[in-house]
Design a protein around this ligand. Structure first.
Ligand code: AQP
Length: 334
């Protein structure tokens, strides 16, 4: 049976890349009828310093974003990762399955630490191992993520295969499929078409935050980097024009159109015409989501109820799996 799982880190403001690459995609998948498990990755968030006074609010904010994007807690299981202890337990066991050589190849760790590797937390290094535990604990079959997570998904498959093999438990963990196809699997920075839109980019102009008001969204799109040429008639005409391609992709994803259809509409027009249309569309699409997030955050009772109920439903699936893993590994069970 299909089972879809994904998470978002509780580490600060969400942006348009998270919305199009993850949140909007999750809602589309939920609407196919497959069971979805969506968690707030608070264990992952603390791989870099999080102020304890803010972490709870950040967790609620991600939950609010799930709900505001259209995820239905009656159909989808929405929960905080740390509330289901099995995640941490399985992660430790997987730390002993994964090989150092595998983790040494992870590009996200290298990108996030740069030249200061020795000052990074050990948790940041084993981050993808925890991710493998998150996924395999639910025996998820499909994992929707942005393209940046593809390498981590491959590591999850390697861990599953090695566990099944080392413990002579063929097929115990299914090998999950990454779902990186979507309307916008890699939204790029508004200032640099070669960098992904990211919450850790020091320039706030590089991204549209889910909490930005209409004027801010319009101003950021007006100032977005582009080129002086008009929009082409075909997708090939966007090759080598990373910034132009990004804005067309964003338009298509927000409007639920193909990029070809967007070009058919705007071919021959310059960014002086395209940018205001994109800004209108972005404001119209994002405003209801951010308004609903603000409503939910104003009184967290509803969010807390969803998270508590989700944690109980998630644990009911995860706990028996981790119990079985402990048996397979040979831990004393009395
Ligand atoms: N630019 C993006 N385009 C498409 N999808 C994206 N995602 C992130 N950035 C883009 C997807 O959003 C989901 C949640 O990601 P996360 O919570 O793991 O956060 P992240 O990937 O760490 O997000 P950032 O903004 O890129 O944070 P930093 O700057 O800290 O690395 C995932 O499915 C992710 O693929």
């Amino acid at each position: 049976p299909r089972r879809i799982l994904s998470g978002i880190q509780a580490s600060g403001a969400l942006h348009l890349g998270n919305y199009l690459g993850a949140l909007k995609r999750f809602t589309q998948l939920q609407d196919t009828g497959a069971p979805c498990f969506l968690f707030v990755a608070d264990l992952h968030a603390i791989t870099v310093w999080q102020d304890p006074a803010l972490l709870t609010a950040q967790t609620r904010e991600i939950a609010a974003a799930y709900l505001a994007s259209g995820l239905d807690p009656a159909r989808s299981v929405i929960f905080p990762q740390s509330a289901v202890r099995a995640h941490s337990e399985l992660a430790w066991i997987f730390n002993c399955v994964a090989r150092l050589g595998w983790l040494d190849r992870m590009t996200q760790f290298k990108e996030k630490t740069g030249k200061h590797k020795e000052r990074a937390s050990v948790g940041l290094y084993t981050y993808p191992v925890l991710q493998a535990a998150d996924i395999l604990l639910y025996k998820a079959t499909e994992v929707p993520t942005g393209e940046d997570q593809k390498q981590h998904l491959e590591l999850t498959r390697d861990i599953a295969a090695k566990f099944n093999n080392d413990f002579n438990a063929p097929g115990f963990f299914p090998l999950p499929e990454p779902l990186t196809q979507g309307p916008a699997p890699r939204v790029m920075s508004l200032r640099d078409g070669a960098a992904k839109m990211s919450k850790s980019d020091p320039s706030d102009q590089s991204r549209i935050n889910l909490t930005d008001d209409a004027d801010t969204i319009v101003a950021k799109i007006r100032k977005a980097r582009t080129d002086p040429d008009a929009l082409p008639e075909t997708l090939e005409g966007l090759e080598g024009r990373a910034e132009a391609k990004n804005l067309v992709t964003i338009y298509a994803a927000l409007a639920d159109m193909s990029r070809e259809a967007v070009l058919a509409q705007f071919a021959g027009q310059g960014f002086g015409a395209f940018k205001p249309a994109l800004a209108d569309l972005a404001v119209a699409s994002m405003a209801p989501v951010s308004a609903e997030m603000r409503r939910l955050m104003a009184d967290p009772t509803e969010i807390d109820r969803v998270l508590k109920d989700g944690a109980a439903r998630a644990a009911a699936i995860a706990d028996p799996v981790v119990d079985e893993v402990k048996k397979i590994v040979g831990f004393w069970r009395g």
